[in-house]
Write a protein that binds this ligand. Structure first.
Ligand SMILES: [Zn+2]
Length: 319
């Protein structure tokens, strides 16, 4: 039984899969901070989901925020987890004595999104997409690419890190030092910082202010600017992904996609507008390639569970 984990800054999600890669058990628990906390959270989640699924894990895949050198189980710069550098595969492997795979959480989610999409389309077209990008719109912005059923990691694991691609030299300053990065326009943290209004959900607050018929037009204008930047950033990300990898579909996921059509409709419109002056862009039908990850899908945990199979340890075609 394969177990997959999505270790986030606040929650750890675990799934157990049967031989057909169907989810047979699912668990969510809080993540403890720091290296020891993260490891204990992982071990507890594996035990809990195994108990619920009624059998021991035969492999464990772990998706985590941070950088991972391809082929290693070492995570670094996982700021949200309080981890500077940690050989997760070695520590967890020593405790569980099963194969361990560790992957960046967005890349794991890309693999999971490809599997979910394939199982959803079997019976209709049944055909697997020739390429899929998963665009994560959360605190930050990053993407994962799946081509030919496998993750495309690049030589150093940086493939898909498009959040710090500058698309506007006159745009807002990004925490990375550049101006007008996609993340500075469309990242949840950057928007919250620029909004400067206390709100539990700053991005939703921005959208609400645009839509509200309030008399304070300065606030509404500011909100409209931020919303337009967000839409512009997401549209730029979709363009980059399609023009780089010609993916069939760009699946949008992450916290900001809770906005649903309020986000997707203007992004599609922006992509169509960019086609108005360019027959080339129009011919690519960018707006038709966007899909939303179904709400509540455990894409990252599912993808993590399949990392061993994806690596070729066992043949299990995905995407
Ligand atoms: Zn940047």
């Amino acid at each position: 039984m394969r177990v997959g984990l999505d270790v986030g800054g606040t929650k750890t999600e675990a799934v157990a899969l049967d031989d057909e890669a169907s989810v047979v058990a699912r668990v969510r628990r809080s993540t403890a901070f720091g290296p020891e906390g993260v490891i204990s959270s992982i071990l507890a989640a594996v035990e809990e989901v195994s108990t619920r699924a009624g059998g021991p894990a035969t492999s464990v895949g772990i998706g985590m925020p941070g950088q991972i050198v391809p082929g290693s189980g070492v995570i670094s710069h996982a700021v949200n987890l309080g981890v500077r550098s940690l050989d997760v595969a070695a520590v967890v492997g020593a405790a569980l004595a099963v194969p361990i795979d560790v992957e960046n959480d967005v890349k794991a989610a890309a693999l999971g999104a490809a599997v979910l999409r394939r199982s959803a389309t079997v019976g209709s077209s049944g055909a697997a997409e020739s390429g899929l990008a998963y665009l994560n719109l959360g605190t930050g912005v990053a993407a994962g690419l799946v081509t030919g059923g496998a993750l495309w990691r690049g030589s150093r694991g940086a493939a898909g890190e498009i959040g710090h691609l500058s698309v506007d030299p006159a745009g807002p300053r990004c925490r990375c030092g550049q101006r007008g990065c996609i993340e500075a326009l469309a990242g949840g943290r950057a928007i919250a910082e620029r909004w400067e209004r206390p709100a539990a959900l700053p991005v939703a607050d921005v959208f609400d202010c645009v839509d509200a018929d309030r008399s304070d037009s300065a606030v509404r204008d500011r909100a409209r600017d931020l919303r337009d930047d967000l839409v512009r950033g997401v549209a730029a990300a979709v363009r980059v992904l399609v023009l780089t990898a010609d993916v069939d579909v760009v699946v949008l996921g992450g916290g900001l996609t809770a906005l649903g059509d309020r986000l997707v409709t203007p992004v599609r419109a922006a992509l169509r507008r960019s086609g108005e002056t360019s027959p080339f862009l129009r011919s690519l039908h960018l707006d038709e390639r966007i899909e939303l990850l179904p709400a509540g899908s455990p894409a990252a945990a599912l993808g993590a569970a399949l990392l061993g199979a994806e690596r070729g340890e066992e043949v299990l075609t995905v995407g």
